[in-house]
Design a protein around this ligand. Sequence first.
Ligand SMILES: [Cu+2]
Length: 416
Amino acid sequence: MLWTLLSSALFAVAAPAGNNENDQESKSLKGMERKYKRNIREVLEKRDRHHKCNSRTVSIRREWGSMSKGDRLDYIKAVECLTKKASISNPAEVPGARNRLDDFAAAHIQETNNIHFNGNLYAWHRHFVWTYEQTLRNECGYQGAQPYWDWTLSADDPRLSPVFDGSKYSMGGNGKVIPHGATLLTAFGKDFTLPPGTGGGCIEKGPFSDLKVNLGVNPVILPATAAAAAANAAATASAGNALTNVTTVEATIKVNTTGINPALQYNPRCLTRDINLFWSKQTHTSDVEFLLGCTTVDCLEKRADGWELAPEVPQPLIHAAGHFAVGGLQNDPFASPGDPIFYLHHGQFDRVWSIWQGQDLKNRVDQVGGTKTPFNVPPSALVTPDDILAFGAVAKPIKHRDTHSTIDGQYCYMYD
Ligand SMILES: [Cu+2]
């Protein structure tokens, strides 16, 4: 009796502490990453060796900074190869595409209004990145897996990260420093004003500093001041950088006379970046943990895209923050896949979905949520697993459900 009383008293004291610890573990990003990997491996280990996707055949996507220098060079070489292969897009539909990387940008431009701020965001981009990875392997001899950029590792200053340090083992550095004002953006029926970052011009150092971007319209970038605008114009004249014609709003307004989306027309220019610490600071571990606190995929999308954002309740919007932290072409919601960094950012974005699914595979893998229009404007039907997703010239259409599991159907990959 005494023992019973004593043990129940002990239990009463010990249990809440234990729960709190488990709770903290299960809510921390590290804890969730571990659980995801444990759960996926458990499924793979139960499969016999005849299963197409088992623990021996699964490909492991790794964080850029944890890859060997040789592996990083292999990846860079494959991407460069892609930019030298002829486009397969229909020139009547995509007159501006010149190479295989352009084909990917074109597919994204064509689908932009169907795949953002709605229930297709995660699914469409998963298949898009997977298709890119397969194309690097099938057409450019790449043997590795798609790398990702874990934003949380460089949230304070991406310029210092192995992804952006400008060395030959990076994905290229920041854009040239050019004083400039805000970038104005109209997309998805909304106007956005993005604060200027730390660069603004063409990539100066490392891989992709000589990359020619062919698709997308010139952004609307306001001059910082009159003096800055003059300096900007001088720099533009000597360096031939991409800020040409963007110092006034009026100069950039294009009239569409051909019936073809201007973003699909030929507009050759350099690749710009504008690493932005305001946005990178919204990609800290705590921001990802906030996102992963969701129990429905609808919540996961809305938090990733800042639907809950209100001035009095600051909340991260991780998906956009990853793009805007790089800036330049990454500020363009249509043509951003023209910068190879897109696929490392979306690798990490896909990883976040995978980690979320991996907390409860049974209940989360096949969850869909949200509707088909950006911000549900105009109001539209709920997304279903049988909906068809289209990928322009880069991939055959697939069903939404075909994207749900990374270890079934066409897919066989996981994150390290
Ligand atoms: Cu996108």
